[in-house]
Every structure is written in C-alpha cells, then in structure tokens.
Design a binder for this molecule. Sequence first.
Ligand SMILES: Nc1nc2c(ncn2[C@@H]2O[C@H](COP(=O)(O)OP(=O)(O)O)[C@@H](O)[C@H]2O)c(=O)[nH]1
Ligand SMILES: [Mg+2]
Length: 697
Amino acid sequence: MDVYKYEKIRNVVLLGHGGSGKTTLTEAMAYVTGAIKRKGRVEDGNTISDYDKEENTRLFSIGTSVVPVVWEGTKINVLDSPGYFDFKGEVEEALYAADAAVIVVSAKAGVEVGTHKAWEYCERYKLPRIFFVTDMDDDNASYRQVVEDLTAAYGKRIAPFQLPIRENEKFVGFVNVVKMGGRRFNEDGTYVDGDIPDYSMPNLQICRDALLEAVAETSEELMDKYFNGEEFTQTEMSTALRSSVSDCSLVPVLMGSGISGYGVRMLLQEIEKYFPAPNRKVITGINQKTGDSFAADFDENKPFSAQVFKTIADPFVGKLSLIKITSGVLKNDMTIYNANKEAEVKLSRLYILQGKEQIEVTELHAGDIGAISKLNNTTTGDTLSSKDNPIIFDPIKTSEPFEYMRYKAKNKGDEDKISQALAKMMEEDLTLKVVNDAANRQTLLYGIGAQQLEVVVSKLLSRYKVEIELKKPRIPYRETLRKKTEVRNKYKKQSGGHGQYGDVQIIFEPSGDMEKQYVFEEKIFGGAVPKNFFPAVEKGIAESVLKGPLAAFPVYGLKATLTDGSYHPVDSSELAFKMATIGAFKQGFMEATPIILEPIETLTVVVPDKFTGDVMGDLNKRRGRVMGMNPTGSGKTEVVAEVPMSEICGYSTDLRSMTGGYGEYSYEFNRYDPAPADVQAKVIEDNAKYLDKPEEN
Ligand SMILES: Nc1nc2c(ncn2[C@@H]2O[C@H](COP(=O)(O)OP(=O)(O)O)[C@@H](O)[C@H]2O)c(=O)[nH]1
Ligand SMILES: [Mg+2]
C-alpha cells in the first residue's frame, strides 16, 4: 500500500441500523476499487469486514473493521461499524477515528431507529455525512419514502443528489441532480450518460431548486447571482456544496446496492469530492514535560503523535493497537513513547489493517489510520508520541454498561483462566466490565445488553476454551433489626477432655447508623466476662453480620452491647465466647423484628416524547416512583424515577422492546429502603437454602 498524505485521505465510518447493508457496501467498495478480487457475502461468512467467527455464526457485525480502499488516488479508510446497539462501544471508538460518516439506510426496511441514532452520533461528533440508500435492487425498495422520512425528521438539510431511474420496476440508473443528467448502469456497475425520464422531471425540479437555494446560501456573491436568476458554474456548485457538506448544513442522499454494486462508484466519488480531509478537525493535547498545550491538528509538519482508538487482543494474532496519526509522520523504525503509561518502545513493524489482514507499511502520515502490534502496556485511548514531546490527549469516552449478569465458571479450576481471558476482552471492549461483589459472594459481568454478554460467553469458549454460566444476579439486599432485645446464650461442651464454656448476655438494638454493619460495646461489671474475651465476643458479632439469619444477607445498623455473662477458669476460650455470641445473635436478631432492606436506584430514562407514557406505566409496574420528567429538547423527555434494583434487571431488553430501541437509560445507587412485606417474604423464601450452607459463587 502506498504512502498517503492528509489531502489524499478520507476517514469514513459507516453507520446505520443493524442489517441495513453496511458490511455488504464495504465489500462492494473493496471490490470496485480492486482491494479484493472476489466479492464475499454476509450469508456466506466470507466478507472482508465480518471476519470474526462470532460474526459469521450470527451473520451480523460485532466489531468495527477498518477496510482501506483507494479511489482515484485518494485513500478512503472505511470503518465498518456494527449496527446492533449492544455493540455501540465499537461505534463510539470508530467515531474518534472518523472525519465523516456514511449513514446506510435500506430502501426496503426504510428509516429505522439505528438511522436516527446514527444521525445523533453525527450531530454529537459534528461529522459531515452522506445518506446512502441501499437495497435499490429490491423490488420493494422505495427511495422516495426514505427521502420523505428523512426530510420529515431533519428538514431541508436533506438534499437528494440522485433520483432513481426504473424500467419495468428494475433499478437501471439514476438522475444526477447536481449535474442535471441521466445515468444508465452497465452490468458491472459502471454507468453511461442517458436521458432523464419525463416522470422524474417534477421531482427533479423540486430537488434541484432546493440544491440551488442551498448553494446560494453559502455566500453573498452566490446569493446575488441566484436572485439575478444567473446559472451557477459547476465549479461554484461543487465548491459551495463541499463547504455545506463539510459544515453539516447539507446532507446529500445517494442510492445504490451493495449486492449489485450499482451506485457504489458514485458514492466513492462523492466521498472523495465532498468529504473533508483529516486536517479539518482539530485535536489538542498537553505536553507532559512543559504543561503546554500541543495543537496536533493532523499537521504532518509537527512532531509525531497518535491516538489509540481501538485494541484487538486476539489470542492468535496477539495484541494490535489501532491508531490514528494525529500529527507528524510515523516510521516503522521509530522509537515511540506512551506518556499515559510512561512506556517507550522501539518499533519493528507498522501495519495497516484490511479487515483481519495485516499489511506491513514503512510509514504513516498525519490523518492516516494504521496498527502497531505488541504494545503490551498500551490501551485504547492512550496517546503515542515521543519522549522529547510527551503528549497526552483527552481519553476516548464510550458508553457505561448498565446491564449485568452473575457469572460462574462451569468447570472448577478455570477461574484464573477466565479472569485473564475477560481482562483481554475488556481491553478490546471498553463497554465490558467485571465486578467482584464479594459482599454478596458473586462476580458480575456488565455490558450494554444481553446479546453482548452472550457473545462474551461464546468467545470465551471458542477463543479461550473456558466456559462460564450467566445467572440472574443476586440483589445485594441487607438485613437489619427494628426492636431492642436482650439475650443470654451459653456455649457449653464439657464431655471429658478440654471442654468449651462461653456464656454471654447481649443487648441487640438498632444503632441508627445504616452505613456501618455493627457497633460493639461492653458494659460488664465485676469481671463477669474477663476482658481478654471481649475481642472474641466482638469477633462473633463481626462474623454474624456477614450473613444474617433472615435470608443470609449482610446485616447493617446493629448495636450489640455485652452486659453480662460467665466463664469457666479452664474451659473458657475465645472460640467458646465467639460461638456463644453467634448463638446469642441468631436468637436476639430474630426476636428484634428483623427486616430486609432493598437497594433503591435512581433511574434516568431518555426517550422520544411519544414513549413517555409507556415508560411511566412500566415503571409503576416495577414499584418505581417517578421523581421528575424533563424535556431534553429535540423531541425527547428524561424520566427520573426511584426504582428497586431488583426491578431493573434486564431493563435494557425491556426498554428496547418498549421503545423500539430508542430508549437510553442509566442508573445509580440511591439508598436502602425496607422491602414491602410480599417482597420480603419472597426474598426469605428464595434464600432459605443459603442460611445453613455456604453459597457457591
Ligand atoms: N438485496 C440486497 N440485499 C442486501 C443489500 N445490502 C445488504 N443486503 C443484505 O442485507 C443483510 C444485512 O446486510 P449487512 O451488510 O450485514 O448489514 P449491516 O448489518 O448493516 O452490516 C444481508 O443478508 C445482506 O445480504 C443490497 O443492497 N441488496
Ligand atoms: Mg455489518
């Protein structure tokens, strides 16, 4: 692969609803540009982009792939991102490397949730974009419906650059609205000039007028020309359209088919023509030595810097750090420095990736995308630079995971291998998180959604040959007491040989401090219990509160006061007093009106206004209390509610089906509340089996 300078580089992320045709379009672009000799199909599991085993078995993309193609001397780094929402971490990483986006919409399925989410990403990251309406080879395709729906949603920024030409229902060509000419496809997807069909005229005029208006709005000079009824030159059109696309005030709509390849050449041409080179963006870091800010800005005349936007930790190919050069030139024999990890490395090899293929290159210039292997200390988001000019950029932000399951090793002894494998997976996927919830004797796996967690289970088996089971997480309930009781308990074993004797009288009562599990005091008079056994009594309390007698959950808010007891000069021991205390606690706690406390979360749900009622109704069914509803602008409402944690397990799936995938949610712990009687009864019933025996994870 040649060396490309920024003006000849385009970094383009493909966004859009799952199944809209992104991977197929990537394949068509690679084929049309000669990057691949034979076109694969998603169904056959042989596309350049969906190369992972999991992607082939499930027939959809899970990870973002980089597929560089060259069109008329310009290198287009295509970032094919997954459409399914569980894998949005991959999309968010790709958005850092992209300078523009192609939003793929199926003309068959029409505008979908994923289309709107793609638009929101582009608005948030201020990415110039083009809509590519694919599936035009399908008889049920309706380009008109897609354009209408996009215009309804996003107004006059939507600018159709093409109109379809059909003969006998078959998609045979298009009208170029910018150049006002008809085009007919040849079998191989190339096209020739042709007539504009009469039936296109009315629509063409509408689209053309809108385009001319948009061009006129780009400058006073052009506005004057427009009002004087003068024609714009093609150069004026292109320049004006390029600036409108770059500043996101205009979003062209193109069409075609990833399967037939029709329209793909036009898309490549428009990407080269209208999308900006990487230096349109700015990026600033801090020099760790001087504290000065360093405006890298994809300027190749500045010292080298790069940002790691993705990590592949594959057991077979080893670790790959995918980088975007943010300034200067990186050569394959340079010594680079990771200021985040304060680690210096002498490079031996430098790659570009083409799907899973690693192609060696000698150098990469500012704005380009490549990969470095075996940077063991480096993680996604790190900055690479040089020791002389040690730079750190802001880290890469991805969504926080809220969906979680309890997991356990299927085969005893695999625990270490599993945590090492999960550590590798978390390097690859920033939206994965493992939490060791020791208090509730469980390890938790967090992700964006259930599908992602399933993929983790499958990857652990296929890549690392270890198995886990996902289980419903244990809710971290707590136990506490309501009343004051006083109990006397004797622990006595005196049947020959060294006996055991411990006798305690303890007051158990609420301490009033729910942050603490217990406070222990002693009010012994006359040495009824020798001082040296006080720690043993407290130890008995400390052990008892780890697993309450009501439902085996940790006890909080207990005050225990040792008030009396007796001892035996020979048989009394720390163990005897600890056991006496544990017995006293079991009895005293159960006589003090013990209750279950349940964790309450503050849940924030953001949905389009039309779903607010459904969300509220559903929250009521989850014993939720709505605390507020705030319009967030752009037709969305934020609903804030207090909901028991037990009621939001699996919420991501439910919210997705309630809102067609539009809903976003997050939650944070708020407080513990007494559980209602029916909930308490259920918790006690479900956990009775753990009272006497230690739980397995
Ligand atoms: N007929 C037709 N099918 C397509 C086209 N593009 C994609 N598909 C099919 O739609 C399905 C999803 O395509 P894929 O590229 O995986 O979509 P992605 O999830 O957006 O990457 C696959 O079965 C493809 O064969 C197209 O232009 N025409
Ligand atoms: Mg795909």
